[in-house]
Ligand binder design. Structure first.
Ligand code: BTN
Length: 256
């Protein structure tokens, strides 16, 4: 374990070789009272978790997979905003470390050149009375993979494939921890509203057609101060989409 004193995120880093899921490993540490900002990384996950029960595929040693323990003093209803905070931070980090232009597909996908390079998985645990106990923020980034399983091809990419060069995973981890430390502090101080413009700037969703959770479709026109997606529906009305995933976006998206 490495201890770094200068920030909240990454104050402790448990770097593991192989694990079922860094989410499960960090949940165990959280139950033992681990400090906010504790991080678990792994070179390989045997059962990496994606959103909606999907499997997060990796090639051992070629990806960046981490889970971060957050204990924000906010109502549980605000926990899903951490998907967007994480996505903005990963976008910042990818750009700082590799120069790529990273885009965000609401709520949790990070894209480069229109393909998914990373994803965010916030798993919240609430205590008595619905009080938020902690959130385990999972981050997966495809770094040096040079191919993907058939079911992901055409949807996923890696930094190596998009930049044409192998990337330094340790350097990228530092960039992600730095960016998340900064964005998380901003969010605690002022909420998602503080990074709304940064999100808009990186958005791959605004202006795109999306399917609405209740059926029908519309066009994503903005993101609200709390991270909800604002969609102009076919009937002209404005809908707020607050949770779950957009079927239309998802069809072209995540995969893993
Ligand atoms: C998604 O896009 O579906 C979210 C993927 C999140 C994957 C990361 S990899 C590190 C952490 N451990 C897991 O098992 N999942 C998250």
């Amino acid at each position: 374990m490495v201890t770094i004193g200068r920030r909240v995120i990454g104050c402790r880093v448990h770097a593991l070789d192989e694990v079922d899921s860094t989410q499960a490993e960090l949940a165990r540490l959280a139950g033992e009272g681990a400090l906010e900002g504790t991080v678990v990384t792994a070179r390989h996950q045997r059962a990496g978790r994606g959103r909606r029960g999907r499997f997060w595929w990796d090639a051992p040693g070629e990806g960046l997979m981490l889970s971060v323990l957050l204990r924000p003093p906010v109502p549980a209803a605000q926990a899903p905003q951490l998907s967007l905070v994480g996505a903005v931070a990963v976008g910042d980090a990818l750009e700082a470390a590799t120069g790529v232009e990273a885009r965000i597909r609401w709520p949790n996908d990070v894209l480069v050149s229109g393909l998914k390079v990373g994803g965010i998985l916030p798993e919240a645990v609430s205590g008595p009375g619905g009080r938020l106990e902690h959130v385990i923020l999972g981050i997966g980034i495809n770094v040096n993979q040079d191919r993907f399983p058939a079911d992901l091809s055409g949807r996923a990419t890696s930094l190596r494939l998009t930049t044409g060069a192998r990337q330094d995973t340790s350097r990228l981890l530092e960039a992600v921890l730095d960016a998340l430390d900064r964005r998380y502090a901003e969010w605690l101080a002022g909420g998602f509203a503080v990074m709304r413009d940064a999100w808009r700037h990186r958005s791959a969703t605004l202006g795109q057609p999306v399917a609405l959770p209740e059926g029908g479709s519309g066009v994503a026109v903005d993101v609200d101060v709390d991270g909800a997606l604002l969609v102009r529906a076919g009937d002209g009305g404005l809908r707020r989409v607050v949770s779950g995933e957009l079927e239309g976006g998802e069809r072209h998206a995540a995969g893993h």
